[in-house]
Design a protein around this ligand. Sequence first.
Ligand code: NAD
Ligand code: ZN
Ligand code: ZN
Length: 390
Amino acid sequence: MKANCWYGKHDVRVEQVPDPKIINPGDAIIEITSSAICGSDLHLYNGYIPTMYAGDILGHEFMGKVVEVGRGVRKLKIGDRVVVPFPIACGRCFFCERQLFSLCENSNPNAWMAEKLWGHSPAALFGYSHMLGGYAGGQAQYARVPFADVGPIKIPDGLRDEQVLFLSDIFPTGYMAAENCNIQPGDTIAVWGCGPVGLFAIKSAFLLGANRVIGIDRVPERLRLARDKCGAETIDYEAVDVLAYLNEITGGRGPDACIDAVGLEAHAHGPVGAYDRVKQSVRLQTDRPTALRQAMIACRNGGTLSVPGVYGGFIDKVPFGAVVNKALTVKSGQTHVHRYLQPLLARIENGEIDPGFVVTHRMALEDAPKGYEIFTKKADECIKIVLSPN
Ligand code: NAD
Ligand code: ZN
Ligand code: ZN
């Protein structure tokens, strides 16, 4: 089959690779109809996530048709159309029982690698380094899906791929980020980053009852989408003093909750940006926490800091004093996607949201390398790319 493979920083290639096979009785093989490129893939593409090996198949946002099932699979049948959640979860361990699917303790065969860095290992993820399981991803014609009775959700006929594909990650991710804010009537929520995750966080904050949502970015078409399609007020962090602005519109108090939907590749201008880039390039820190710092300082006393943005390792000059002295609640995590599949599919079916609004580019799988280049540069007004293998 054809698959998009990682070869190093800024080097991905579409190659002919062996077809996946059933390995365990609970596996299914999916023939992929659509997959997407995520902001998280950029951290791999830009070389920030360790334990990627040459030839690894990328992609963790994908859907398709079941073409083969292991003898232990009960719920899925050949021909079913499914969306696959990006974390791999067994459905019956300590964490899965508590609905903490992205922390499943049975899916990562390389847990020892993650334990070295973080103390304990989270669940494995599709197409996301050997430290997180070494599973082949879904930017390919086929993928093997372990625990096939636990993860994939069946999609009824009548919904297009683009309406449901983002159940695999970014819609639940934005939703969990907003849910983590414990939104109360009247709340003002600030969202750093108006990429796909930030846009779904904004939408979800309104679905969960926020009064005002402020989207922060500098890319004009992303700010426009945040306003026009998601109902946010927006600010360009290069043109406006973000902290002063947020204080001004909240009577000096600050937003009730702040969402960092940027993560470890935050951009910053001026001396702070230079400081972070130098520290990161000489490996004195692994991540650039510009948005995180700002969100901590902006948040009102007793408020919530919700961090869907991915950080890999160590960060520097983080004002943790603000967390303690302002009594902030911090919530984060890779998304427990499985929890959100049914309820968010219901919201799509009843017309509350059409997640396809983020798609700007549709490309053939063969063009994935071009897609990564465009998406990482935020060129051509690119917001979200959908790849189709056929
Ligand atoms: P993206 O790269 O398309 O979007 C990031 C946005 O942040 C861009 O629009 C960029 O202009 C903006 N930005 C950069 N620096 C900023 C700053 N200082 N202030 C405000 N905005 C700034 O990526 P995405 O797909 O939207 O993903 C966003 C983050 O969410 C990534 O870190 C990704 O890894 C993470 N993510 C996490 C999960 C999870 O389960 N927790 C799932 C999916 C994605
Ligand atoms: Zn993703
Ligand atoms: Zn589990």
